[in-house]
Write a protein that binds this ligand. Sequence first.
Ligand SMILES: Nc1ncnc2c1ncn2[C@@H]1O[C@H](COP(=O)(O)OP(=O)(O)OP(=O)(O)O)[C@@H](O)[C@H]1O
Length: 347
Amino acid sequence: MNALEISAAVKRFGPVTALAGVDLAVPPGTLTAVLGPSGCGKTTLLRCLAGFERLDTGDIRLNGAPVDGPRTFTSPHRRRVAIVPQEGALFPHLSVAGNIAYGLPRDHHRTTRVQDLLTLMGLDGMENRFPHHLSGGQQQRVAVARALAPRPALILLDEAFSALDAGLRADLRDDVRAALRADGATALLVTHDQAEALSTADQIAVMRAGSILQAAPPETVYQAPATPWIASFVGGAMLLPGHWTTPTTVTTALGTLPATGIHTTAPVTVMIRPEQITLSDPTPPPIPAKVIDRTYLGHSALIRLELPDATPISARVPPNHLIDLGSQVGLTVTGPCRAWPASLRDN
Ligand SMILES: Nc1ncnc2c1ncn2[C@@H]1O[C@H](COP(=O)(O)OP(=O)(O)OP(=O)(O)O)[C@@H](O)[C@H]1O
């Protein structure tokens, strides 16, 4: 049985349809990232799951039990859904231990559970500190420990790492992931950060304009995105016009390439990732291109190129790869690309 099941969920605010028929299943003990651009309905979905809003139509089930539907509505405090907001969620007058213990019954398990969570979240020795004596990252650790404490049916992480700087954010993300796994918790992470979703989640639900377009493991969303829009939104991609030339190859401005996807005799849109492009000497030219720009990214560099017909191309290369702007290079494409009917270009 799934820990969470959302079926055909619709939520309108006057003329605005914030949720346009959302379907999503989350298996127990897993983390799903809800990833989408601003205004796509992520917060509304979260608020409906927490019980702060009621669906217009559709239903939500937690561990098989309906909590929102045509004949049911369970109030927020009876849902066993915990929320970790972006920041500022702790009770300032309670210690770390007091914050974590807040939702626990006063029995003999309480101290042990608090101690286990302190250890799980890397907070050993900080139990007597107060929130204003903690860094932002430590405060978020306490907030996650407090959410986990009563073993809720579902934990909602609402952009929970967004307020932290990059290094701290990656560490906290990894530790929270490990703690959720160790505790067997089921969680939904709302984020607009595709790198965060790819690195943290068991499943990514890609949301756009009130609908979930694809819900799949990160590898599938990245390698086999359901639509060209998902390809561009998750990970960055070049989308080139082309056509199928054999059942397994498409022809584009970058030549004839192995491809998977929806077969059609009509024109197609072909996805190629920047890391599939290798640069070499222009002689003999595999595919000639001119170097237009270079962006240094630390772990890699992104080279912007132009084919003779002015088609823009991006290539991801090692960060120390030296290259002169304006020079001519040769391009080779490795690995299969993905193709969709060109009519889906904007989907
Ligand atoms: N209470 C409300 N009243 C009217 N419209 C609302 C309300 N809440 C949300 N909306 C609208 O519903 C749509 C979805 O909003 P929502 O906040 O869920 O998106 P989001 O993906 O969380 O965006 P962001 O990432 O910017 O927070 C938007 O068009 C928003 O303006």
